[in-house]
Design a protein around this ligand. Structure first.
Ligand code: AFP
Length: 337
């Protein structure tokens, strides 16, 4: 009987809560189970993307698939799954999604719901029709105490990343993996499709201090600020003490997942077309930054910690650099010079 214990994500969350916050109401684990449920629905749809006509560009309203069902774009479907599964937990007052212009208020729980969940339901979805990994990213906040009478859903959402109580992602890759932090380290769970449960597969993930991969869209390199260009040339020349490879999928969850497990650095610097960076602060950079820091890596925008940025709007963009300690410190040296 030397086999490791089978531990589901639900069990893990409950045990962590019992250990760290005895007397916790269980509300938080109930909320997270809404996310795991939604992501199992999404994983199932992603697996079938080639079979039912739901992949690729929007086909227009009213288009039917072979079963005569109205075709829904996969990211719309993923958004609905999360909104449905979180909206009936009873403790989520506000949700905000990459797919919705404005935050979504949960009318029934607006008064007493204590959580705010921000998500990108299907990040990297432009990769879906070429069978490349995509992901769901989420970030959870508590609602601010003592709100003004006229508080709006947006007031609840616009909190800096340091206020996150948990964050994570699911990568729909060669297997489906759920990776999350509740600010007590990072743990990874792999979906066992036979029993429909996420089982712990990567306990206490720690980013290596230095990796040997950098990840950046090099087609934009001519318009990166000079310090970024010099830094990348330094890595290529072996100046960081090892030979680097470049890996870029163009799907943040997949690119970060590799960086988290193998170390190295992911960069989306300012470019000519996106002078303030391309990635979204609230539902891409913030959750990824919390995971990176909890795994002993670092994340910034070139000048400050991502987690300290005060968001001005829900869909705000930011530069993002995230990765291992050594690569991040070296980058900051170049940016300071
Ligand atoms: P899509 O969801 O439109 O595919 O965008 C993906 C993304 O937001 C992020 O997942 C990638 O890291 C980044 O964009 C890729 O951007 P470039 O195509 O400009 O490299």
């Amino acid at each position: 009987m030397n086999a490791p214990p089978i531990m589901t994500v639900q069990q893990h969350i409950l045990e962590e809560q019992r250990r760290l916050r005895p007397g916790a109401s269980g509300e938080f684990s109930w909320l997270l189970s809404g996310i795991t449920l939604a992501t199992k629905i999404i994983a199932d749809q992603v697996r079938r993307a080639g079979l039912v006509d739901i992949l690729g560009a929007e086909l227009g309203g009213g288009v039917k698939n072979v079963q005569g069902e109205v075709v829904q774009k996969l990211d719309v479907l993923a958004n609905h799954a999360l909104i449905q599964c979180l909206g009936n937990r009873g403790n989520v007052a506000v949700m905000a999604s990459e797919e919705n212009e404005e935050p979504v208020m949960v009318p029934r729980d607006w008064q007493h719901g204590s959580y705010v969940v921000v998500f990108d339901p299907l990040d990297g979805s432009s990769n879906i029709d070429v069978n490349v990994s995509v992901g769901t990213i989420f970030s959870i906040f508590r609602r601010k105490p003592n709100p003004p009478k006229d508080r709006t859903p947006l007031d609840d959402v616009l909190q800096p990343g340091v206020e996150q109580v948990a964050a994570g992602y699911v990568v729909y890759g060669s297997s489906t993996m759920f990776v999350y932090t509740a600010k007590n380290g990072v743990n990874g769970f792999t979906l066992d499709p036979a029993i429909g449960a996420y089982l712990i597969s990567h306990p206490n993930i720690t980013m290596p201090e230095q990796g040997s991969t950098y990840s950046v869209n090099e087609a934009n390199a001519d318009s990166f600020p000079p310090a970024y260009r010099r830094y990348l040339a330094h890595l290529r020349s072996g100046g960081a003490g090892r030979q680097y490879s470049s890996r870029y999928i163009g799907s943040l969850v997949a690119d970060f997942h590799r960086t988290l497990l193998k170390g190295g650095i992911f960069l989306y610097p300012p470019t000519r077309t996106h002078p303030k960076g391309k990635l979204r602060l609230m539902y891409e950079a913030n959750p990824i930054a919390l995971l990176a820091e909890q795994a002993k890596g670092a994340a910034g925008d070139g000048t400050q910690r991502i987690l300290e940025k005060k968001p001005q709007s829900l869909h705000e963009r930011t530069t993002l650099v995230v990765g291992s300690k050594v690569e991040m410190e070296m980058l900051h040296q170049f940016l300071r010079e």
